[in-house]
Each structure stands twice: as structure tokens, then as C-alpha cells.
Design a protein around this ligand. Structure first.
Ligand code: ARG
Length: 465
């Protein structure tokens, strides 16, 4: 029978299937580095406050660091009978340093310990994901810089609406990524609070110094209420929500790349580095990367909902249900990190914009109809009347198989006498785009200014790392 810390209290060992059911070591081993770091700080605090002697703490810290190197070199592989990472580390510590190792858990419970580990883990994941988002933004900005004057059809309802600068389109995703990073920063601030010292639920009788431990661990402060501290997983929910929005944004871009790579659009060609072939159809080149990114968003949303559901009925304080938080968090963070990286690579070297095809596309539709109406507005015609006139012109052109630019001027004049030869320049795609010069619009001047602002913000963000 495996001995547990509570063997003296219990008559019988756990049923093996229940031991396996109860164990989290299979997944919470991901926390080991943070568990060790948290324990080192805890031991140092115990010495600082005189609860342990300096020699005792030193022996414990040395043992913990030995476990860290054993883990890193692949020698420390705790089995299922260790229940969780906290017990596994404690047991190994006692094996290494002997009796003094049993003093590590003084004034601590696994309840405040696991919350501390998770917060340290999450803080590191937030920093890593924010870093990846910066790379993603860098690639989008560079692409945008190269494509200020490349025009693409802009859509609403997936119907051609008005032409836009490709840079403007790409900068829309830079905006999303920036908000994603700022959301992560906000989550980080609420994550970066130390729960250690809350004990099982009520605090401890020993004269600990929680602020000291918090400082050692780089936390910005300590939690106020021990009951809340051990049962709070808001920070995890917020993290999953922030990750879900990243998934939404990546998935929207991914969907556009899938569409744009299709025969129907042909706005981009997939390079060989990021596409795959079919096992059956020799002609195929498939956009697996954006498809997978789009597909993976579902599991991240699922983890968010699972976490909310786990929490909603829990009485204070710790309940074992909370052990279910980890797999969701770990998988969501892994999924998003990999997805941001994959989309960064895809946008950098996985697609080639087809400039000829794009300029043909913006010239072959009626997306300059609003500008023909605006032409009349500038000549004193009320917008609603101008709208009606151009509607009639479009209908006529559709029947005649002509584009607006192909309709001779005398025919235009039959619809309204104010049309003159300068109309053709006014409805050319470049003019149409350039004219949308309102702040935040797609006019080239605005796009260049927006690019400069985005570049400055990105450089400031990189510099502040
Ligand atoms: N493995 C547990 C978890 O992940 C650690 C906390 C256990 N606490 C307890 N009172 N059983 O939540």
C-alpha cells in the first residue's frame, strides 16, 4: 500500500482505480518549475521569519534545486501513485534531504500552493503569448507597408462593397492583435497577486510574512481574503476569455486566407512551405494551416465554458472540482501559442498576394457606384436622389453587360446632365480609395499615417519588454 501523508488517519489504501481517478500528476507536472520556485520562496520566508533555521531552509532549497535539475535532465519522472505534483516534489525532497524536508509544508496547504503555482504558470504564459503576438504584428505591419497601394475589393455581406487598400485590411488585424495584448496585460495584473499564506482556507497560526514571499516571487501584492484566495479562479477564466478572443481574431484571418486561396478568389497563392497536397487529387494544394487555426478556436472556447461551468456551483472554499481547471488552461495556452506562431509563419512566408489578380478584381465590379453617386452630390444633387440615379445606371449597365467605366459619357448624361468626362477619373479604383481620407479610413494618406502610428506603438511595446 502506498503511504500518503494521511496514512495514520486512514485504515485502508485507496482503490487503485480511484487513485488514478483522483490523481492530477498526469497533467499538473506542467506546473513543476513553478511549484519548485514557489517552494523555494516559501522556505526562504520560513527562515526569514525564524519559523525554520537558516540551515534548515538552506537544506530544503538545495534539495528543491536538485529536483529541478533532475526534472530538467529527465531523471525525475513521478508515477501516478504520487497523486499530484505537490506531493511528488515533497516526497522526493524528503528522499533527498531527509527529515528536514518534512518541514517545507509548514504554514502551507496544497490549496494555496496550487493557486500560487497556477498564477506563476499563467503569468509566464501571458508573457510568452504577448511576445508571439508582437511577432505576428511585426509581420502584418511589414506586409502592410509593402501593400499601401495594392487595392483589394472590400466586402460587406461577402458582397463587393468598396475597394480598399490591402494595407488597410491588414492593419485591421494589427488593431485586433493590439487589443489582444492589452487584454492580456490586464489579466496579468489580476493574475500577479500572491495567494500563498492563505493556508487551507483560513490562514495560519504561524508568524509568516506573506509580503516577503510575494516579493521573492515577483508578485505585485498579496490576496486579501484567505477563503477567496484558495477558491478564486477568476484569473483563469479571464485568461481563457482573452485567449478565446485571440482565437476569434486568428480564425477570422484564417478564414479569409482559406477563401482568398480558393480558385474563386485567387487573391493569394499558397507557397509550398505552408500548404499540403492531397493523397488522392494530384492538382490540390490545401490551406491546412489556416484551416487548423480556424478549427482549433473551438477547443479554446470550449475550455472557457468548461471553466465557468466548473466554478458556478462551488461553495467556499477549495473543492476538488478545482483540479479540473488545469487541463483546460494548459491546452488553451498551448493551442493559442501554436496558432499565433503558425499564423505568423503563414503570413510571413506562406502566402503570395496576387497583385495582378487583385487589381483586376477591383476594376471588374460596381464597387465604385457610391463614388458615382458622390460625384453628383458634389454637384449639388441630394444624396438620396443621386443614389437613385446611380441605381438606375447600374441596372442599365447590368442589362447591357457593361461596367460603369465602360458606359459612354453621352449615355451617362441621359441619366443626369451633370455628368462630364472627369467622371471616369472620379470612379477609377485608385481615386475611389484615395478619396476616403477621413481619419481611420482607407485613403492612402490615412493608411500611411495609421501605419506610422502602429509602427510607433509596436516599437514602444517591443522596447518596454
Ligand atoms: N491536485 C490538487 C488540485 O489540482 C491540489 C490541491 C489539493 N487540495 C486538496 N485539499 N485536496 O487542485
Amino acid at each position: 500500500m502506498t503511504t500518503t501523508p494521511w496514512s495514520s488517519r486512514f485504515e485502508e489504501g485507496l482503490h487503485p482505480a480511484i487513485a488514478a481517478f483522483n490523481a492530477s500528476i498526469g497533467f499538473d507536472i506542467e506546473l513543476i518549475e513553478y511549484d519548485l520556485t514557489g517552494s523555494v520562496a516559501h522556505a526562504q520566508m520560513l527562515a526569514h521569519t525564524g519559523i525554520l533555521s537558516a540551515a534548515e531552509a538552506e537544506a530544503i532549497v538545495t534539495g528543491l534545486e536538485q529536483i529541478r535539475s533532475e526534472w530538467r535532465s529527465g531523471q525525475f519522472l513521478p508515477a501516478i501513485d504520487q497523486e499530484d505534483v505537490h506531493f511528488a516534489v515533497e516526497r522526493r525532497l524528503v528522499a533527498i534531504v531527509g527529515e528536514v524536508g518534512k518541514k517545507l509544508h509548514t504554514a502551507r496547504s496544497r490549496n494555496d500552493q496550487v493557486n500560487t503555482d497556477l498564477r506563476l504558470w499563467q503569468r509566464a504564459r501571458i508573457d510568452a503569448i504577448a511576445e508571439r503576438l508582437l511577432d505576428f504584428e511585426r509581420v502584418l505591419l511589414d506586409l502592410a507597408k509593402a501593400h499601401v497601394e495594392t487595392l483589394i475589393p472590400g466586402y460587406t455581406h461577402l458582397q463587393r462593397a468598396q475597394p480598399v487598400s490591402l494595407a488597410h485590411h491588414l492593419l485591421a488585424y494589427v488593431e485586433m492583435a493590439e487589443r489582444d495584448r492589452s487584454r492580456l496585460e490586464e489579466v496579468r495584473a489580476r493574475t500577479n497577486i500572491c495567494p500563498l499564506g492563505s493556508g487551507a482556507l483560513a490562514g495560519t497560526v504561524l508568524p509568516i510574512d506573506r509580503h516577503y514571499t510575494a516579493r521573492l516571487l515577483g508578485f505585485a501584492g498579496v490576496s486579501e481574503n484567505s477563503l477567496d484566495a484558495v477558491s478564486d479562479r477568476d484569473f483563469a477564466v479571464e485568461f481563457l476569455a482573452a485567449l478565446s478572443l485571440i482565437a476569434v481574431h486568428l480564425s477570422r484571418l484564417a478564414e479569409e486566407m482559406v477563401l482568398w486561396a480558393s480558385q474563386e478568389f485567387r487573391f493569394v497563392l499558397l507557397t509550398d512551405r505552408c500548404a499540403t497536397g492531397s493523397s488522392l487529387m494530384p492538382q490540390k494544394k490545401n490551406p491546412d494551416v489556416p484551416e487548423l487555426v480556424r478549427g482549433k478556436s473551438g477547443r479554446v472556447f470550449g475550455h472557457l465554458l468548461a471553466m465557468l461551468t466548473t466554478l458556478k456551483g462551488l461553495p467556499l472554499a477549495y473543492n476538488k472540482d478545482l483540479q479540473e481547471d488545469k487541463e483546460a488552461l494548459f491546452d488553451a495556452a498551448r493551442t493559442i501559442e501554436a496558432s499565433v506562431e503558425a499564423m505568423t509563419i503563414l503570413m510571413r512566408e506562406g502566402i503570395d498576394f496576387q497583385s495582378d489578380r487583385l487589381s483586376a478584381a477591383v476594376g471588374e465590379d460596381f464597387s465604385n457606384a457610391t463614388d458615382a453617386a458622390d460625384y453628383l452630390v458634389r454637384r449639388g444633387v441630394p444624396f438620396r436622389s443621386a443614389y437613385g440615379i446611380i441605381g438606375a445606371v447600374v441596372k442599365h449597365c447590368l442589362g447591357a453587360g457593361l461596367l460603369l467605366r465602360e458606359l459612354p459619357i453621352d449615355e451617362w448624361q441621359r441619366f443626369h446632365p451633370a455628368f462630364e468626362a472627369d467622371l471616369y477619373a472620379a470612379i477609377a479604383p485608385e481615386t475611389v480609395v484615395a478619396a476616403r481620407n477621413s481619419y481611420g479610413g482607407t485613403g492612402f494618406e490615412q493608411v500611411r499615417a495609421a501605419l506610422a502610428r502602429a509602427e510607433a506603438r509596436l516599437q514602444a511595446a517591443v522596447a518596454s519588454k
